[in-house]
Write a protein that binds this ligand. Structure first.
Ligand SMILES: Cc1cc2nc3c(=O)[nH]c(=O)nc-3n(C[C@H](O)[C@H](O)[C@H](O)COP(=O)(O)OP(=O)(O)OC[C@H]3O[C@@H](n4cnc5c(N)ncnc54)[C@H](O)[C@@H]3O)c2cc1C
Length: 460
C-alpha cells in the first residue's frame, strides 16, 4: 500500500490500514508530518504552529485518531467560550444545567453583546434547525443557497448576523456567509450547539502540532511499513487503466497493490495522470473547487499580557486571540499570543508590517497589559489556500474516495466527506479511503465513527 501525503488524511488512512494488517509505505514531501496542521521550529529555536488549530467535541473521528496514535491526552478541552466587543462588553457561552438543546439558554440569555431583539431572531432560527434535526426544507432547493440567504429568509437582525452567526461560522468554515453553502452552516449549529451538551467544547493541543503525530510513525513501522519524509512523489505511472507505480526525484520508482493520493486538491490535479483526469468527470471537476485564506499573527511580549486561555473578538479584524504560552504550558503565561483571522481576503494583499500594526492595535485595545509591554518580535503566516471554499454547491465538485481507477483511492479534506475542510473532515476521508480499500479486498471493516448521538430533548 502506498500513501502519498503525510497530512491528517494520509496519516489516518495509513495508521488504520497498518492496524488492519497492511504494509504501508507513506511518502511525505516535507521534512515533517501533519501537512497544514503542523508546526515547525524558527531559526531562533521557537516552536510555532503553522496556525492555531482547534477541534470541537463533535469531531468524533479526529478524537478516535488521536486516541489510536496516543495523542488524546495532549488535547485540552475548554467548555467556556469568552467573547468581547469593542465597547468592552463580554459574553460567555457555556453549558448550564438544562439538557440539550437548551443547555446554552442561560448563557445566551445573559450574553451582553446581543440585544433582546437579536436574541429573539436567533432563537427563532435555532428552533427551525431543531425542528428539522439539523436540516431545513430550503437546504434541498436545487440551487444551493448561501448561509446569508438562509439567515435573511429568517429575518435575522444585522447584529445577530454580525455578532453571532458570522463569528461562529467564519471561524468554523473559513468563508464569508454569502459564500458559504447554508448546508454547512446549519450543520455546524446542529452538531456543535444543539444536538448534544458537549458538541461545542473547544479542544486545543497542549503541545506544538507536530508533536501530535509522533505515534503515527510507530503505528505504521511496527507493522512492517515505513514513513518516508522529504520524499516528493512526482508522477503516478499509469498502465492499462491501473496505477502501476509512483516515481520520485532521481528516477526512483515504487510500486504497490493500492495507492492513496492524500495531497491537497491542487496537488492532486497535477499528479493525476492527464488521460485519467480528463476522461473522468468526477476527477475533472476537482479543479472547480475554490480556496479561501487564513492569516495568523504571532506576538512575543517581554511579560505576561493575557490571563484567559483564548478570547473571541466581535466587530474587529482579529477573530480569535490564543494565549499560546498558557495553552502549551510554557513558562511565562501570556507572553506568546497568536491572533487568527479566517477568510482573511482583506489581508492577502497587505504587507506583513501593516498586518502586524493592525492586529497589535486591536490587541492593545483588548488587553491593557499589552500596552505597557515591549513587543519582542512578531511574525505573520499567510495561508492563501488554507482550505477549499465551502461555497454554495461546492459538494458537487468533491469526488468520493473510490475513483474509477480500480487501485487508486483519494483522501483529503476536499474529498466527499459531508464535512467542511477541517481536521475532522481530513480524518474522515482517510478512514473512508481505508474502508473502500478493505472492501475492495474482501475484508470489509467499519472505521468511521458515528456523530455524537442527539441527547436529552434534542432526541425528540
Ligand atoms: C491556517 C490554517 C488554520 C486551520 N485551522 C483549523 C482549525 O482550527 N481546525 C480544523 O479542524 N482545521 C483547521 N484547518 C484545516 C486543516 O488544517 C485541514 O483541513 C487538514 O489539516 C487537511 O489535512 P489533509 O491531510 O487533507 O491535507 P494536508 O494537511 O494539506 O496534507 C497533505 C500532505 O501532502 C503532502 N504532499 C503534497 N504533495 C505531495 C507529493 N507530491 N508527494 C508527497 N507528499 C505531498 C503535503 O506536504 C502535505 O503534508 C486549518 C488550515 C489552515 C491552513
Amino acid at each position: 500500500m502506498i500513501v502519498i501525503g503525510g497530512g491528517l488524511a494520509g496519516l489516518s488512512a495509513g495508521v488504520a490500514l497498518a492496524e488492519s494488517g497492511w504494509r504501508v509505505r507513506l511518502f511525505e514531501q516535507r521534512p515533517f508530518l501533519g501537512g497544514r496542521a503542523t508546526s515547525y521550529v524558527l531559526p531562533d529555536g521557537e516552536h510555532v504552529d503553522n496556525c492555531q488549530h482547534v477541534t470541537l467535541g463533535c469531531c468524533t473521528n479526529l478524537e478516535d485518531f488521536y486516541r489510536r496514535i496516543g495523542s488524546a491526552g495532549k488535547i485540552k478541552f475548554f467548555d467556556r467560550l469568552l467573547f468581547q466587543d469593542p465597547q468592552g462588553r463580554t459574553g460567555v457561552m457555556q453549558a448550564g444545567f438544562l439538557p440539550a438543546p437548551f443547555h446554552m439558554t442561560g448563557s445566551f440569555a445573559t450574553f451582553a453583546p446581543l440585544t433582546f431583539a437579536d436574541k429573539r431572531s436567533i432563537a427563532r432560527a435555532m428552533l427551525d434547525i431543531l425542528r428539522g434535526k439539523g436540516h431545513t426544507a430550503d437546504l434541498d432547493e436545487p440551487n444551493s443557497i448561501s448561509m446569508l440567504e438562509w439567515l435573511n429568509r429568517r429575518r435575522q437582525t444585522p447584529a445577530a448576523i454580525e455578532r453571532f452567526w458570522r463569528v461562529v461560522l467564519v471561524s468554523a468554515l473559513d468563508e464569508e456567509l454569502d459564500r458559504t453553502d447554508a448546508r454547512f452552516g446549519v450543520d455546524v449549529f446542529w452538531k456543535a450547539f444543539l444536538s448534544s451538551r458537549s458538541g461545542y467544547v473547544v479542544g486545543i493541543p497542549r503541545v506544538p502540532l507536530g508533536e501530535l503525530y509522533e505515534g503515527c510513525r510507530a503505528a505504521i513501522e511496527q507493522r512492517g511499513g515505513e514513513v518516508v519524509c522529504r520524499a516528493a512523489v512526482r508522477n503516478l505511472i499509469q498502465d492499462d487503466g491501473r496505477i502501476a507505480g509512483v516515481s520520485m526525484d532521481g528516477g526512483r520508482q515504487h510500486c504497490a497493490d493500492f495507492y492513496i493520493l492524500a495531497v491537497p486538491h491542487e496537488a492532486a490535479i497535477k499528479l493525476l495522470p492527464e488521460r485519467i483526469a480528463d476522461a473522468e468527470p468526477q476527477l475533472r471537476q476537482i479543479r472547480n473547487l475554490e480556496v479561501s485564506p487564513i492569516t495568523s499573527v504571532h506576538f512575543w511580549f517581554d511579560r505576561d499580557v493575557m490571563a484567559e486561555p483564548f478570547v473571541t473578538l466581535l466587530d474587529r479584524t482579529t477573530q480569535w486571540i490564543f494565549n499560546k504560552s498558557r495553552l502549551t504550558e510554557q513558562p511565562g503565561d501570556g507572553r506568546y499570543l497568536q491572533s487568527v483571522i479566517s477568510a482573511s481576503y482583506g489581508l492577502v494583499e497587505r504587507s506583513r508590517q501593516e498586518i502586524i500594526k493592525l492586529c497589535l492595535g486591536e490587541l492593545h485595545e483588548v488587553l491593557p497589559e499589552a500596552r505597557e509591554a515591549r513587543l519582542v518580535k512578531a511574525t505573520v503566516v499567510k495561508e492563501t489556500a488554507a482550505t477549499f471554499s465551502p461555497e454554495p454547491g461546492a459538494d458537487r465538485w468533491r469526488p468520493p474516495q473510490r475513483t474509477p481507477v480500480p487501485n487508486l483511492f483519494l483522501a483529503g479534506d476536499w474529498t466527499l466527506t459531508g464535512w467542511p475542510a477541517t481536521m475532522e473532515g481530513a480524518v474522515r476521508s482517510g478512514y473512508l479511503a481505508a474502508e473502500a480499500i478493505l472492501l475492495e479486498c474482501g475484508e470489509p471493516k467499519r472505521l468511521l465513527k458515528p456523530d455524537l448521538p442527539p441527547e436529552g430533548l434534542a432526541r425528540w
